[in-house]
Design a binder for this molecule. Structure first.
Ligand SMILES: [Zn+2]
Length: 407
């Protein structure tokens, strides 16, 4: 007797015809045809079933503040605007806005999220406390991990490091850095690694977020990763500079990243919105070619980053939409390329977050999302909607398929 059987599921990696997925105690216990009875019996109706979307880079704490903003649109303006606004963020305010964004993401089929959380003397630990509560309150629907980081710098911002350490003592899941906002970027990278070592944490940097390829903080991060033996435990986000270098140089850097065990997250919605602001025509896209890095063996993900704030005044929480956006911007139209984009919001992002229990396989977590599509490439191309989801075998949402009402 299964707790759940999801019948008639199309699983592209498993060859011909739809299969049933049987779940016991939150784990996938069987995959096959005509599985036996279950307490909850559901059907995917032959549709594509995915192991849940994985958002490896999201800022829940500063989402949904568009109605308070006046920023012009450049990166520095966005940072300054949030720096001003967050002095007034209360724990309840952060919780309410973060909850609204989290619910959107859950309804879009996202089941694992890494949220960055700003820590500094202005906001203190209020956002962190709010997101810790949210992490507990929504554990039934989503695995939410919290990456504390100094958005406005570390060595230039006295008191920040002590607060970061306090957050780590209170159970932060990992630590981030933002060397481009610091007066001493190299020392910033070194201090973040020192905290990571002290608390045995993975690291996720905001990095190289402009289009000047003549210098990169990536070199410092690669060197520190090797020096500290942190291979496989470091990710970098944005790296928009990598969109501004020719293919040979990109190949060299991609090979170095793969060898160093450093993963890359590209945030197309934000990067498109903020980069190239000095151009009034022929505006560069400013989106790093994640698919090319993935071809070189770099673990890569595409992620949401910001929702309804001055960094990205858009967002519905849909990672399928982000995969489609990236495919469009990177000019990827072939079937295998679309599937690569889907991988970067599912399995690739799960590898980046080191989710050992991810995937539709026996013994893995029964995280299952039924898409309104039968083909993975078309699911991206059409921005197919998720119709229902199960987190560890428990149904967490459903969406009725739209019906045309002919006269
Ligand atoms: Zn970010």
């Amino acid at each position: 007797m299964f707790d759940l059987v999801l019948r008639d599921a199309t699983l592209p990696d498993r060859g011909s015809g739809p299969l049933d997925i049987g779940v016991i105690d939150g784990l996938i216990a069987a995959i096959g045809r005509d599985l036996g009875s279950a307490r909850l019996d559901e059907t995917a109706g032959g549709r594509l079933v995915l192991p849940g979307f994985v958002d490896s880079h999201l800022h829940l704490d500063k989402s949904c503040i568009l109605d308070r903003c006046t920023a012009e649109g450049a990166l520095a303006d966005a940072i300054a605007e949030v720096a001003r606004l967050k002095r007034d963020f209360s724990e309840e305010d952060v919780y309410a806005r973060a909850e609204a964004t989290l619910v959107k993401a859950i309804l879009q089929g996202t089941m694992r999220i890494r949220s960055h959380v700003e820590i500094d003397p202005r906001i203190g630990l209020r956002s962190f406390a709010a997101l810790k509560r949210l992490q507990r309150d929504f554990a039934w629907a989503v695995d939410l991990e919290l990456c504390v980081f100094p958005q406005e710098g570390l060595l230039n911002d006295p008191g920040t490091e002590e607060l970061l350490v306090e957050a780590c003592e209170m159970g932060a899941d990992l630590i981030g850095g933002c060397p481009y906002t610091d007066s001493d970027p190299q020392a910033h990278v070194d201090r973040i690694f020192a905290i990571a070592r002290r608390f045995d944490l993975d690291i996720d940097f905001h990095l190289d977020f402009d289009l000047d390829p003549s210098w990169m903080h990536l070199d410092a991060v690669i060197a520190a990763t090797e020096r500290n033996g942190w291979a496989g435990r470091v990710a970098v986000g944005h790296v928009t500079k990598l969109s501004a270098i020719p293919p040979e140089a990109l190949t060299t850097i991609g090979n170095r990243l793969a060898a160093a065990g450093i993963a890359v997250t590209v945030l197309p919605a934000t990067d498109l919105f903020l980069m190239g602001r000095r151009h009034d025509h022929n505006v560069p896209r400013g989106v790093a070619p994640a698919h090319r890095l993935a071809e070189l063996g770099v673990t890569c993900s595409l992620a949401t980053n910001n929702v309804l704030n001055p960094f990205t005044p858009f967002g519905d929480g849909s990672l399928n939409r982000i995969a489609n956006l990236y495919a469009n911007v990177a000019q990827l139209g072939r079937k295998a390329e679309m599937i690569c984009c889907l991988d970067m919001v599912t399995a690739g992002a799960a590898r980046l977050m080191r989710c050992a229990d991810y995937g539709i396989d026996i013994g893995k977590a029964a995280d299952l999302v039924v898409m309104d599509a039968t083909d993975p490439a078309l699911s991206v191309a059409e921005i197919a909607q998720p119709l229902m989801g199960f987190k560890r075998g428990i149904k967490t949402f459903e969406r009725a398929a739209p019906r045309l009402l002919r006269p």
